[in-house]
Design a protein around this ligand. Structure first.
Ligand code: AP5
Ligand code: ZN
Length: 218
């Protein structure tokens, strides 16, 4: 299974990626998680990315495309791969296409902007695994502790309300155009074209999971 998850910040891409990657035994290539790991490691890339991310902007296409290509070289992709947060611009999608990094499915999570800020303000993450929780909607078994490792959870620096609003604006201006891009490609039926699936990302996490699994099995 090779797929791309599309959707606004907070639509639930990371949450659902964790279920999908387990079901299909595939690596989750989350460019946001990769950048956060670079920040934590204190690399030059991390330092530069942190400024952009905290401001709610996008890291440059050249950097992101290079990062993803390098990652794919090191990654076992025998069973496929899941992209979460990439591509995010037409330039990134074109670069993927040119490099022959094809996917079987593009899965879009549809969530209205009104729900996003509330989702982000309660988000808690376990950076090492990519597991995501919400204080109210998807709480860990013990407050602020990862269910599996028992390690502490963290709040993301870009989840401040102001930054979330900026990220939503950037999504509408630069990423939403990819919905049409992939829809059209899917309809063309050309070789390499993906299947396009759109599901509602609203409702309990396990209901969205069932919708995602059903969409990927048709
Ligand atoms: P990234 O980490 O990709 O952030 P994002 O796309 O903004 O998406 P999020 O991770 O915020 O949301 P999500 O859809 O994964 O939702 P989640 O499952 O966590 O990118 C961060 C930054 O890195 C970017 O702003 C940019 O600067 C940079 N970057 C990354 N990739 C880039 C690229 N390709 N090019 C350029 N720059 C790049 O869920 C959110 C919350 O909601 C959680 O608390 C969760 O528990 C809760 N929740 C989930 N599902 C439900 C549900 N059904 N009901 C209720 N609550 C739910
Ligand atoms: Zn995410």
């Amino acid at each position: 299974m090779r797929l791309i998850l599309l959707g606004a910040p907070g639509a639930g891409k990371g949450t659902q990626a964790n279920f999908i990657k387990e079901k299909y035994n595939i690596p989750q290539i989350s460019t946001g998680d990769m950048l956060r790991a670079a920040i934590k490691a204190g690399t030059e890339l991390g330092l530069a990315a942190k400024k952009v991310m905290d401001a709610g902007g996008l890291v440059s296409d050249d950097i992101m495309i290079g990062l993803v290509k390098d990652r794919l070289k090191d990654q076992d992709t025998e069973n496929g791969y899941l992209f979460d947060g990439f591509p995010r611009t037409i330039a990134q999608a074109d670069a993927m296409k040119e490099a022959g990094i094809n996917v079987d499915y593009v899965l879009e999570f549809d969530v209205p902007d009104e729900l996003i800020v509330e989702r982000m303000s309660g988000r808690r993450s376990h950076p090492a695994s990519g597991r995501v929780y919400h204080t109210k909607f998807n709480p860990p078994k013990v407050d602020n502790v990862d269910d599996i490792t028992g390690e502490p959870l963290v709040q993301r620096d870009d989840d401040l309300e102001e930054t979330v609003k900026k990220r939503l604006g950037v999504y509408h201006n630069q990423t939403e155009v990819l919905l049409g891009y992939y829809n059209q490609w899917a309809q063309s039926g050309l070789p390499g074209a993906p299947q396009y699936r759109k599901i509602s990302g609203v409702g309990p996490v396990d209901e969205v999971r069932e919708r995602a699994f059903a969409a990927l099995s048709q």
